[in-house]
Every structure is written in structure tokens, then in C-alpha cells.
Design a protein around this ligand. Sequence first.
Ligand code: NAP
Ligand code: SF4
Length: 682
Amino acid sequence: MTAYPHLLAPLDLGFTTLPNRVLMGSMHTGLEDGRKHFTAMAAYFAERARGGVGLMVTGGFAPNIEGWAKPFAGTLATQGAARRHREVTGAVHAEGGRIALQILHTGRYGYSPLCVAPSRIQSPISPFTPRELSARGIERQIRAFVRCASLAREAGYDGVEVMGSEGYFINQFLVTHTNQRSDEWGGSYTNRMRLALEIVQRVREATGPDFILIYRLSMLDLIPDGSSWDEAVQLGEAVVKAGANILNTGIGWHEARVPTIATSVPRGAFAWVTKQMREALHARGVTVPLVTSNRINTPEVAEQLLADGHADMVSLARPLLADAHFVVKAREGRAQDINTCIACNQACLDHAFQNKLASCLVNPRAVRETELVLRPAVQRRRFAVVGAGPAGLAAATALAERGHEVDLYEGSDRIGGQFNMACRIPGKEEFSETLRYFGRRLEATGVRLHLRTRASVQALMASRPEAVILATGVTPRDPRIPTDEGAPVLSYVDVLLRGAPVGERVAIIGAGGIGFDVAEFLVTPPGHSTTLDLPAWLAEWGVANPAEVRGGVVPPRPTPPARQVTLLQRKAGKLGKGLGKTTGWIHRAALQMKRVEMIGGVNYERITRGGLFVSFGEARKDGQLIECDTVVLCAGQEPLRELEAPLRAAGLVVHRIGGADEAAELDAKRAIDQGTRLAAML
Ligand code: NAP
Ligand code: SF4
């Protein structure tokens, strides 16, 4: 008996049977882009094969240089390259897994002067204008796809995924927004979808019937002039007839102004689109397995979607970065032990877009499987960890996992530190999953947790640890702005943790991650996070049913803000510049929808009972009063490490991690990574 009968049911593809309904969706990790990374890639996928995933898809490989996502991006176009892939496929097969290679031609999205497209129309997210392909050029691209698929088969892959969505090359042919050709590749829809069909049909012919061919179908473009629903269904049916044996769901072009995978997107937010496609295809007699995707991060959500007939498989990408053993844990009834992806993008997508190797905020071992190894300790020793925020939790559990004896001291009545504030922000509810996970890890690894215990130097000395790990975190910075007696000033901790009453008009001092979070908290009426209310979220971001509106976009209908908020910073320029590469725009857009006023380049002159006086420029000119009844300080943090000097003076070895080590630009990614790495070394 299992709690997940649909998720764990095998899937018969005719020539092969997948052991369950979990597809590891394609995810660019950066390992694709260098020969030197193939051993790491083999270890990365092998660990996930051991974790029981039914079928995995690699990050995208270009079929030729015109298809490059960026110069020298991973390409599979020669026999020599195919030989290197054998290390990956061999490692996966040795673990009993299955793996398909994704063929990704980025078309006009390529960050490369060599990029090509159906028409010479630059995308809003690339500085390069694509070269318009001639008919011969198009034929060359098709042949490159076919060659890439054949080489993948030679390299031992169980299949390929043809990337037909997200606004990439094939997608660019499908819609008039990017295809303004008048030859046989443009104009009518039959012409515009010819490229997709030629590719699928010729790939199938070249690779034979016993090869998995997934087509990623854009079911909801989320751009004006995107595909109509009838066109998407017509294409779905046609690619299956042309030889695809699994259809995966693509949601939103990269240039779409609707978040599709960020943490504020409700779980399973787009599964209804796959369900609608599945029903439409079934009505036409097409019963190929459909995969649903986007923000499916727990076995419960996945099971429910499959049980309700939304799809035949679920695609998880980031959740398998966060926990390679997701499937095994679900199978063994240990879902509570899963390290849940919180959809923050901070170490995966943000890294990929910064040309850094991806990893995972909650699992720094992801994509570092060969480098960051928690080996059993040669000798069991005793460690004291002070502070149970993300850094302390990571260090304590990793040390204990290695076999050390660990005492973890926490002054408050709960673990989690700053995460206890993060999970109260509307749209960041997922962060509580990390607290649940670490709570379980503490129990499983046998860490002795001492809550409501401020560790003193004497007590620490008496416990005779090998070393003390100082993870005492941060304290909010006081920006020391002249303040009148009785003026209404609060810190973000008062607002988020202590439930301090806040007025109708608020000025927030500091527009870093926390200033933005506090603004989001204050403009949202209590209990009205749209992340927990799918219809409200869809309305807020202007997502419509593509069967009713071409492309599925309509004007956003945000709920009115709960308060009038002004967000300020001293730096000139755009607010929120330092936020996540792939999520900053979402935070900015969300606050703009709530009419938050954002003002940069200010000097804070005085806080009075009537509001906040600011001036501008070095000359401190143009003073103005921002009328408000509450001022909230979000001016960064200072490290808390007063224990360090006395501990060292007493002769103890001390290691600092997290905010206690470096408060500037502290984030949980660095904290967890630093705690884990330290624990691996000790
Ligand atoms: P932060 O990102 O360092 O921002 C601090 C803000 O305070 C800045 O806007 C800064 O802008 C202002 N500031 C600094 N010193 C000041 C002073 N003396 N007087 C007045 N203003 C001052 O810190 P945070 O917002 O506290 O966030 C801490 C960390 O948590 C961040 O590094 C972030 O990585 C992480 N976090 C991220 C997110 C997210 O990405 N969504 C959310 C929450 C937390 P000016 O100097 O221009 O005034
Ligand atoms: Fe998920 Fe964040 Fe990890 Fe990416 S970094 S896999 S979004 S938890």
C-alpha cells in the first residue's frame, strides 16, 4: 500500500516501461557547457537515478552553433561529443535509471551574434538581432536536430526531448509575433507548424520506433499574439502523429511578463492547462501520455494532479535538485523527510543566468555531488553549534550525519532564525517547508537541540567541545535617523514577528530583500495571499484560459492594496536591483500593481510624528515630508558575535558562519552552503 498509487504506477510506452510517473524536467545547470564537467554531470544524474526518478531529461544541448544559448554552450553535433556523453548515460544505466537528452535550439533567444530566427525580429530579452533564415538555412537546422537525436541514441540515451516551447526556436516559427515569413514556413498555421512536424517526423525516422521522443508543447504562451488554443491542440495531435510518444507541457515564453515558476506562483498553478489539452486530445483519439509541469514540489500535489486526471506524468526539475531521493522517500512513506524545493530560484536559475554552475539553496550538494561529500567521520567528536538559523541548522545536521556528537543551542523557542520571518511573507509560504525539513533532520541525525537556551561561555566550556560553531545571526541595523519623541518607528522584526500594529500609510526605509518583503506583507490584507488562491492569482497576473483568449493574457486585475506604502533607498536608480536575477522583476511588478511608490536617491532627514522628512542629492535639497503614520526600518543588518572573543580567550576553537560571519548581503543560500561546507571539513 502506498499513499501515492498514481505517482508510483509504472507507465508502459510499448517498447519500454517507466517505473513511475516522475519525469525529471530539463534544467540548465551549467554542467552542459564544458567538457570538464561530464564526470560531475554523470554523478549528478546517477544520484537522481538512485533516487528512483522514472525518466530524466538533461539540460538543453544545442544541435548546432546557431542554436547556442550563449557562445560555446553545450552542443551535441559530432561523434566526439557523443562519446563524452557515454559517461553520463553509463552512470545512469548502472543505477537502473533512464535518461533523455534535451535538444534546445534557442533561436532569437540566443545570447550570441550567430543566432537565427524565422524573421529578423529581436527579442526583448536578448541584445542580439537574429539573422533571418533562408529556406536552405531552415533545412540545415532540421538536419542538425536529426543529427543531434541520432548522436544521442549513439551516446546511449533512452530518448530525446525536442524543446518546442518557452519561446525558443520552434515556438518562434509557430506564431506571427515572431514569424512574418511569406514562404512555405510562414503565413498559414499549416506553414508555421511545418518546422515542428518536420523535426519530429525526421527524428523519429532516424532514431527508430524504440526510442523515447518527448515533445515540449507550448500550451499557454502568455504573450499577446501567442498561439490560439485550437492551434496548440492541432499541433499536439500532429506531433504525436509525426512520432512523439510523450507530450510535455510548456508554459509561458521567457519574455512573458507573468511569473510561471517563482515561489509566489501557487503549487500546480498551470496543471489545468495540461488537463484541458489532455481532454482535447483524448476527444480526438490521441492518448499519448501527457506530462504536467510547474510548481509541483510535493508527492501529495503530484498524486492529486494525477488522480484528478490532469496528466499521466508530472515533471519535477528543481524539486529533484533540492532532493535527489524524492521518489524513494515517497515510496518508503517518508515524504516528511523530503527536502522541499521552495521555488526561490536563488541557486539554480539565478546561477544559470549569471553563467555560474547551478546548485540549490536548500541542498548545496546539488551539482556538487563529487566535490561536497559528507563522509563518515573517522573519529566521533563533540561540537557545539550556537544559533538554529539556516546556517546553524545546516552545520549541526551535517556534522551529526557524519557521526559527530552535536549540541545545538537556540535562544528563542523555535528553530529557523530569519526563515521564521520569510515564511510569513505572502508568496513565501514555501519557506516553512525548510523548517519542517530541518526539524526532521535534527531528529533523524540525533542532534541535541536546546531551545530557549542562550549558550554562555561557561556552559560551552563545560561541555568541552572540539569546536564551537558560531551561527548567532544578525541584528537589524539602526540607521540612526534623528527621530522625534513619540514618532511611530518600528523595525521589520516588530512587524513580521511581533505583530506590531501598523498604520494606513507606511514609509519603509531600505529597499533590499527585506524592505521588499515587508512592503509585500503590508500591502496584502491578512489571509489573502494569492499564492494560496489560484483564481485570485491568475486574475492578479492577467492569465486567461487560452481557449478563450489567444496567448492566454488579459490585463491584470490586482486586488487593491491594504495600505499606502512608500519604499525608499539612498542609492539613486531603480529599486530592487540587488534582488534575484530571475525574480527581482516579479517583486517589483507585484509592488507596482499594489501602487507602492518607490523612491531612490533620498537622504533621511528626520522622523516626526507626521511622517518622514527626506531630501535629495549631496546638497540635501528639495526636502519633502512623506506623510505616514508608521515608519518601518529595513536598513540591513549587523552581525551578532559577542561570544566570539570570550570563547577564543578561553582557548576554544571558534568557527563563524552565516550572518554572524558576514551580515552584508547575507542570504540563506550562503548560510546553508557555508554551514554544510564547514561540517564536511571538520
Ligand atoms: P540588504 O539587501 O543589504 O538591504 C539593506 C537596505 O538598507 C538597502 O536598501 C540599503 O539601501 C539600506 N541601508 C543600508 N544601510 C543603511 C543605513 N545606514 N541607513 C538607511 N538605509 C540603509 O539587506 P536586507 O534587506 O536586510 O536583506 C538581507 C538579506 O536577506 C539580503 O542580502 C538578501 O539576500 C536576503 N533576502 C533576500 C530576499 C529576496 O531576494 N527576495 C528577501 C529577503 C531577504 P541604501 O544603502 O541605498 O539606502
Ligand atoms: Fe528550488 Fe531554490 Fe533549490 Fe532552486 S535553489 S532548486 S528554487 S530550493
